[in-house]
Write a protein that binds this ligand. Structure first.
Ligand SMILES: *[C@@H]1O[C@H](CO)[C@@H](O)[C@H](O)[C@H]1NC(C)=O
Ligand SMILES: *[C@@H]1O[C@H](CO)[C@@H](O)[C@H](O)[C@H]1NC(C)=O
Length: 365
């Protein structure tokens, strides 16, 4: 009897310790340490990137490549890779309108890409710009080869799991195309009444940093003052914006309803390299004077004005300052910067390591 009780206690203790050691899900850094948030901006034509997070706000060059199986992204996505050890308390949604599983997704979906995970304690929201990401559920193959040639951006935030309904609402309102999900009830909004768009809401990270999420309006007539995500952001934050999106060339300054200027970033100059906006698939903007920096879903392109979409913005003085520093309003003359500049998202022309560009002309990217 006594022996059995002792044995039982040992089993219990080991079990408790085990679950404690696993820890809650979180955004992770290169050393597999928890971070409240990070931003990762991958260079064009390569796997290096610049990176900043809640523990060190220098926008510094990576040590490991973006596709490293013990790098920032693989560390963050580890609960997704570890299929066999997943409990009923872990769930996720992978959304991407350019999914690894098929080529054509209806344009009624947002031009939106992200990965959301939930466990009992936290929600992790990773927004990004990379087609076909994650390309498979293995730590050594999750980063698509097609994501090498263009620059891409990732923003990750760790939230209390009590915020799951906010994320669920967001994914519904941008009509995210979910290509893989598991145990995602708490990340799924089943309301039927449509919410008025555009709107924005504050979001606090688990570490109490201030974020704001935006859901854009759609315009069937492709009116930029209605359908351009960045018009909504500029007028809401009441600020001029510097904006990087996929081959946007909207002429500038473009003036919003409230007279805010939207200025196109033509190139960036970072600690990991310089590149021209013609090979940059990231979507981000930074306020001219305020502490807001945002990662968006949408490009400044008429075809996107009729699609839903959103953005996540962080309020951080150092982040805003660093992104203002790297932006240039002129094209940088780097070798090959504009080579292969044809239509299509994952087409990098001759630079592409995925073979020849797709034959079917694509309706934007
Ligand atoms: C979902 O929410 C319910 C109710 O708040 C909670 O009991 C459950 O643990 C949650 N499930 C997950 C996977 O977070
Ligand atoms: C998450 O929010 C709940 C409810 O507000 C709170 O009790 C809990 O301590 C929070 N968790 C963390 C890790 O902050």
């Amino acid at each position: 009897m006594f022996f059995q009780e002792v044995l039982w206690m040992i089993v219990l203790t080991v079990g408790l310790l085990g679950s404690h050691c696993e820890g809650a899900i979180s955004c992770k850094n290169e050393d597999d340490k928890d971070v409240d948030w990070f931003i990762l901006y991958k260079v064009k034509n390569g796997f290096n990137y610049v990176y900043t997070d809640s523990t060190n706000q220098n926008l510094r060059k990576n040590n490991k490549h973006v596709n490293n199986q013990a790098g920032v992204l693989a560390n963050t996505l580890k609960p997704y890779f570890e299929k066999d050890t997943q409990s009923s308390e872990f769930g996720f949604i992978a959304y991407n309108d350019q999914p690894p599983t098929s080529n054509s997704v209806s344009s009624t979906h947002g031009h939106s890409k992200g990965f959301v995970m939930i466990d009992k304690e936290n929600v992790v929201w990773l927004l990004h710009s990379t087609p076909n990401f994650p390309s498979c559920r293995e730590s050594n193959k999750f980063y698509p080869n097609s994501g090498k040639c263009n620059a891409q951006i990732f923003m990750c935030v760790t939230l209390n799991s009590t915020e799951s309904a906010e994320i669920a609402q967001h994914l519904k309102d941008i009509n995210a195309y979910k290509f893989e999900e598991h145990n995602a009830d708490n990340l799924t909004d089943s309301s039927t009444a449509p919410r008025a768009r555009p709107y924005n809401k504050d979001l606090r990270s688990a570490g109490n940093s201030l974020f704001k999420r935006f859901v854009k309006q759609t315009s069937a007539t492709r009116d930029p003052k209605v359908g351009d995500l960045y018009v909504t952001i500029a007028d809401t934050l009441n600020t001029n914006l510097y904006i990087q999106t996929w081959r946007s060339d909207r002429g500038e300054p473009f003036v919003t309803r409230k007279g805010k200027e939207l200025v196109t970033i033509m190139s960036v100059d970072t600690a990991a390299g310089k590149w021209d906006h013609g090979s940059d698939h990231s979507k981000w903007c930074v306020s001219e004077t305020q502490d807001w920096m945002c990662v968006g879903d949408s490009n400044r392109e008429p075809s996107q004005f009729e699609r839903p979409g959103g953005a996540l913005c962080i309020k951080s003085q150092p982040v805003a300052e660093k992104f203002r520093e790297i932006k240039k309003l002129v094209k940088i003359d780097t070798a090959g910067a504009t080579a292969g500049a044809t239509a299509g998202d994952i087409d990098c022309g001759t630079e592409s390591d995925t073979g020849p560009p797709p034959k079917k002309p694509k309706v934007h990217g």
